[in-house]
Design a protein around this ligand. Structure first.
Ligand SMILES: NC(=O)C1=CN([C@@H]2O[C@H](COP(=O)(O)OP(=O)(O)OC[C@H]3O[C@@H](n4cnc5c(N)ncnc54)[C@H](OP(=O)(O)O)[C@@H]3O)[C@@H](O)[C@H]2O)C=CC1
Ligand SMILES: Nc1nc(=O)c2c([nH]1)NC[C@@H]1CN(c3ccc(C(=O)N[C@@H](CCC(=O)O)C(=O)O)cc3)C=[N+]21
Length: 301
């Protein structure tokens, strides 16, 4: 018998459009009241085709909000010194308020050295140790875009999350750990699961909120989900889809969507969930960074 979707589908595409509208208003106001046009620089090293898609979307949407967009493509033979020189140049450029260096980087380059070379106040990814330290200690951090996007969708869906049991599956520095921190700050009781977790199914089954950031297609099974839980699927996995024709592929998340949607109260789809919110939050962070660099209170925009 086919399973039936009962969950509310959280529309990240529509939500991200609203966030971008807010960004566009702030950009217009920064121009009008302060004569400042925020600028976002994106650096991509090498030619990973999946990365190219995100970068193209970022550049397009940056322009649509009225910001300046600077785009740099460097060959995959780029040395660490060359990339660091580019980062320094952008750090010093007053027209650039936000810098994003697309990850992963080619193997000859040490990612941490590059991330930590970005001026923390221009680190719109929120990956710099200063920003992760500020986030961990309750300071004024730049918050990583993907976890921030997930938090905005959770707040919109659930309102107050105080006392809810949340599980984050995955503990990467860019998604899992900052996500867990944000849920903790929202007063959830947080479990962080990873590849050494003993009984993942049992851990997930306890949770009112499930955030999956594993990078394995559909590994979180629908029948693990507690009835009525809210499920945020961060995973973006391209898999073969022979049913669509020879050589065709499709995107799936880290959650088995159909079966999870039959049990969950609300769930994000892939595509159209977390991905678009990530880009919207990158633009939001660029406005935040511009305000901080110019001592402007964003509430006055
Ligand atoms: N929508 C968006 O905007 C974005 C989506 N993504 C997607 O999110 C996913 C995760 O990304 P990222 O955090 O960078 O990935 P990483 O590969 O850095 O981290 C994956 C995490 O999953 C854990 N893990 C792996 N296998 C299992 C398992 N069998 N059971 C439990 N945990 C497991 C790993 O555990 P351990 O630490 O023990 O190895 C690790 O902590 C990917 O699909 C990526 O494409 C990423 C960024 C943005
Ligand atoms: N420094 C850095 N910062 C990042 O934020 C960063 C990164 N490196 N490296 C790669 C990951 C991945 N990522 C995505 C962003 C948007 C979509 C997105 O918009 N996805 C669409 C679909 C896109 C498609 O069709 O392929 C969606 O889910 O609906 C996906 C993935 C940002 N990342």
């Amino acid at each position: 018998m086919p399973t039936e979707t009962t969950a509310k589908i959280i529309d990240g595409k529509a939500f991200s459009a609203k966030v971008r509208e807010g960004v566009a208003k702030d950009v217009a106001s920064l121009k009008e009241k302060h004569g400042i046009t925020p600028g976002l620089a994106v650096v991509i090293v090498g030619e990973d085709p999946a990365s190219q898609v995100y970068v193209r979307n970022k550049v397009k949407q940056t322009g649509e909000t009225g910001m300046n967009s600077f785009h740099f493509e460097m060959p995959d033979t780029t040395s660490q010194e060359e990339l660091l020189a580019k980062v320094n140049e952008l750090n010093e450029d007053p027209a650039v308020n936000g810098i994003l260096v697309q990850l992963p980087l080619p193997k000859q380059i040490d990612e941490a050295s590059v991330i930590n070379a970005i001026a923390p106040e221009k680190d719109v990814d929120g990956f710099h140790v200063i920003n992760s330290g500020l986030l961990a200690t309750g300071g004024d951090a730049m918050v990583p875009c993907t976890p921030l996007g997930c938090l905005l969708m959770l707040q919109d869906t659930l309102g107050d999350m105080s006392g809810k049991k949340a599980i984050v599956v995955g503990r990467s520095n860019i998604v899992g750990k900052p996500m867990a921190q944000l849920l903790l700050d929202a007063n959830c009781t947080v479990t962080i699961a990873h590849s050494r977790t003993k009984d993942l199914a049992a851990e997930v089954a306890q949770a009112d909120i499930v955030v999956a950031a594993v990078g394995r297609p559909e590994m979180v099974k629908g029948d693990w989900i507690k009835e009525g839980a809210t499920v945020i699927d961060v995973g973006i996995n391209r898999i073969d889809a022979p049913e669509r024709g020879e050589g065709k592929t499709r995107l799936v998340g880290d959650v088995e969507f159909e079966t999870a949607a039959a049990r969950a109260g609300a769930i994000t789809p892939v595509p159209g969930g977390v991905g678009p919110m990530t880009i919207a939050c990158l633009l939001k962070n660029t406005v935040t960074a511009t305000c901080r660099q110019n001592n402007i209170d964003p509430d006055t925009l």
